[in-house]
Design a binder for this molecule. Structure first.
Ligand code: NAD
Length: 385
């Protein structure tokens, strides 16, 4: 089949197997070039197939020689449809890792479910014995809990409507978007999906099954961002969920402190399948990319994860802020960066948009997530999907 991108709104409904494979190959080359480090050796990554979870997996496998077990929720190909990008990424990752003698298995199913947790524990017992690191990198739209209730997360404000400039990704025009406040039920549901309840649940069941080694660590990813996006992110429904995630790290440390240490890593805003869906944020990201690239300090998911595990976490003294969080958003939130972003934000309109945002960089990152627009891939060739 000749596979072309089919973009609908903020998602691409096709993925290119060769492009995704090339992406993984490039990520492995980058990681190897950065050099090895002494990190965890047996790692469970919950949300391992795209974005920050995938970047963590590549970094730990090819930088620290880690055996990895991944959990993902991805679709296989059918006769007419390609698989999802995360599926192709994972197949390629497993092949490259296995060829280098690293253990790499992936469980495809709902990480929130008891069944997948049990399957994970059985796999760890059989293949790995114990694990020394659990990465929690889920970005999910909904969660079904054990009594059958399904909660859906929303990206809304918490008190008042919020109107701001927005980038219309269909025609690249600057418009304004108004985000309405969520109801109490919607806030609760978002916290259920994106908060830390399921993270704690994972740590509880892994501890109970005795599959965590002594001095294991667990890390979940969060975001804060600049004041500009506070109403929609930090003080919005997703921010409430992230607050719960942070409190969950404290709860895990209180409960299991001597055995497992929980961390929150606050990462940089990047184009991923999850972040494209947040209103107003894509305009911020395109401005941020422009500013940080011009300053020579732009990073993608892989660069961020390399800095996390190699620079921030591999020494015995892990560098945190006073709340105990690891700050990978340190460069994004630098005053000189945010001053430039704010200045552009004030000036930007449809006449000057191309001058002030990294639209090309945004779309390149977007297409590349699905295996398109990658160098040395023949997109006219027939591929086995
Ligand atoms: P992503 O969409 O690229 O990845 C999400 C992963 O979760 C995928 O592997 C997917 O298969 C998996 N997943 C989703 N639902 C699942 C389910 N029910 N069961 C099993 N697996 C499931 O997202 P991302 O942007 O890498 O986000 C990961 C984490 O990083 C999130 O907590 C997000 O808030 C955080 N974060 C993202 C950004 C950003 O700008 N993208 C910035 C800071 C922090």
């Amino acid at each position: 089949m000749i596979v072309q991108p089919k973009v609908r709104g903020f998602i691409c409904t096709t993925a290119h197997p060769t492009g995704c494979r090339k992406n993984i190959e490039n990520q492995i080359i980058y990681t190897k070039n950065k050099g090895t480090f002494n990190g965890p050796k047996k790692v469970l990554i919950i949300g391992s197939s795209t974005g920050y979870g995938l970047a963590s997996r590549v970094t730990l496998a090819f930088g620290s020689g880690a055996d990895t077990l991944g959990i993902m929720f991805e679709k296989q190909a059918s006769e007419k449809r390609t698989a999802t990008a995360g599926y192709y990424n994972t197949k390629a990752f497993e092949e490259f890792a296995t060829n280098e003698g690293l253990y790499a298995k992936t469980i495809n199913g709902d990480a929130f479910s008891t069944e997948i947790k049990e399957q994970t524990i059985a796999t760890i017992k059989e293949d790995l014995g114990k694990i020394d690191c659990v990465i929690y990198s889920l970005a999910a739209p909904r969660r079904t809990v054990s009594d059958g209730t399904t909660y859906s997360s929303v990206l809304k404000t918490v008190e008042n409507p919020f109107t701001e400039k927005n980038l219309n990704l269909r025609n690249n025009e600057i418009t304004t978007a108004t985000i309405e406040p969520a109801t109490n039920e919607e806030i609760t549901a978002t916290v259920k999906v994106m908060g830390g309840e399921d993270w704690i649940n994972w740590i509880d069941v892994l501890t109970k099954a005795d599959v965590l080694s002594d001095n294991a660590m667990t890390i979940a990813y969060s975001y804060i961002g600049p004041e500009l996006t506070y109403p929609v992110y930090c003080n919005g429904t997703i921010g409430k969920a992230k607050e719960h995630l942070y409190n969950s790290s404290i709860e895990i440390n209180q409960k299991y402190g001597s055995k497992i240490k929980a961390y929150i890593s606050v990462n940089k805003a990047l184009v991923t399948q999850a972040s494209c869906a947040i209103p107003i944020v894509p305009l911020y990201i395109t401005i941020l990319y422009k500013v940080m690239k011009e300053m020579g300090i732009h990073e993608d998911c892989l660069m961020q994860m390399n800095r996390l595990f190699k620079d921030k976490m591999s020494s015995s003294e892990i560098e945190t802020d006073k709340e105990g969080r690891i700050r990978l958003d340190d460069w994004e939130l630098r005053e000189d960066v945010q001053d430039k972003v704010n200045d552009i934000w004030q000036k930007i309109n449809n006449d000057n948009v191309e001058q002030y945002i990294d639209l090309e960089g945004y779309w390149e990152a977007f297409y590349q997530m699905f295996g398109f627009k990658i160098e040395d891939v023949d997109y006219d060739a027939d591929v086995e999907i």
